[in-house]
Design a protein around this ligand. Structure first.
Ligand code: NAP
Length: 319
């Protein structure tokens, strides 16, 4: 076998490898953001009740409403009783689902959990949305005051394992992937949520539990000073509708197509193929590599074809 043949085969193998990788990547992207729009997972299969923390505004409220719209009864947890009653009434009137409200401040430490556990014990909890989170741009917080997702999970997971089904959605953030100075604890707690979700998913998926980590960019809420919605900044309802569609398709998601396109890299994603920008990078790198492989192959062949012609004979031909 000649050197040219070896290069030809190597080039061919590289091209096929990258084309397959590209196809695989695109297939996952299509599934997560396009197929999921058509074939949605029926969320009622996880159980009758969904628990949402931080449910009176922003992303949490949107999750509570969307889950009710999809036929689940909802437990709403937040600090302010009046807001809880208002949101509960809105959901009951609009979707005809049952609601239950629990007033709790997650910065009060472990003292709140016995009360929450008592309220939840008689309910068939299928879904938990660990949404509550806070930045400290307008007030500072001690490490121990930062809400943790693991206590709520510890509370509902045993019941889910017993029933062999359940869905836990943990709201992380893209700042968990890209460290932000001056938001150190916020970033650190978000990467904790990301890793915690991914490990928990790996541990419990064989028991029928799905743990999904949702890592948004900008969503227009009180936390982001209700920024104007545009193609990069999503509305809460639009964002959550798309994010809930990805359940069953991905255990780590940016939540919506627009945010997936803004992801620079997916280092902390077990399913980095879910990041759309990566698709584009993969596509371009695949094409580049394919091009290089073909080019080396092609130039080898040209050289072997042209070998009889020296520069001298070329000049002679020109004459
Ligand atoms: N918005 C974004 O662009 C964005 C981006 C990435 C990640 N996230 C994440 O998404 C989650 C929700 O953010 P958001 O923007 O929707 O926030 P938000 O609009 O400020 O809503 C926060 C919700 O949590 C409740 N809450 C706040 N502190 C609480 C506490 N200590 N105990 C109990 N409830 C509390 C609030 O209700 P009460 O005031 O009635 O208690 C409210 O319902 C957070 O985990 C955040 O890190 C948001």
């Amino acid at each position: 076998m000649s050197f040219t043949d070896v290069l030809t085969i190597t080039g061919g193998v590289i091209v096929v490898f990258y084309l397959l990788k590209l196809l695989w990547t695109c297939w996952y992207g299509l599934q997560e953001y396009f197929v999921s729009e058509i074939w949605k997972v029926d969320l009622r299969r996880y159980g009758q009740w969904a628990v949402v923390t931080g449910a009176t505004s922003g992303i949490g409220k949107a999750y509570a409403s969307e889950l009710a719209r999809r036929g689940l009864d909802v437990v709403l947890i937040s600090r302010c009783g009046d807001k809880l009653q208002k949101v509960a009434k809105e959901i009951e009137d609009q979707y005809g689902q049952k609601t239950c409200t629990i007033q709790a401040d997650f910065t009060d430490g472990h003292s709140i959990y016995p009360t929450i556990a008592k309220e939840l014990q008689s309910l068939d909890i299928g879904i938990l949305v660990n949404n509550v989170g806070m930045t400290y741009s307008d007030h500072f917080a001690y490490f121990l005051e930062i809400p943790d997702a693991d206590q709520m999970t510890r509370m509902v997971l045993p019941g889910m394992v017993e029933r062999g089904t359940g869905l836990i959605i943990n709201i992380s953030s893209q700042v968990g992937i890209h460290p932000q100075p001056l938001l150190s604890l916020y970033c650190a707690s978000k990467i904790f949520v990301t890793y915690f979700s991914q490990c928990l998913h790996a541990e419990y998926k064989s028991k029928g539990i799905t743990v999904q980590c949702v890592a948004p960019f900008m969503v227009s809420t009180n936390m982001t000073k209700n920024m104007k919605v545009n193609c990069l900044v999503k509305s809460t309802s639009g964002y959550v509708r798309e994010a809930l569609n990805t359940v069953g398709y991905s255990s780590y998601t940016s939540g919506c197509l627009s945010h997936a396109l803004q992801v620079r890299d997916g280092r902390h994603s077990t399913q980095s193929h879910c990041q759309l920008l990566q698709y584009l990078c993969n596509i371009s790198s695949s094409f580049l590599l394919s091009y290089r492989a073909w080019f080396s192959l092609y130039s080898c062949q040209i050289r072997s074809v042209c070998r009889p012609f020296s520069l001298k004979s070329y000049k002679t031909l020109q004459k």
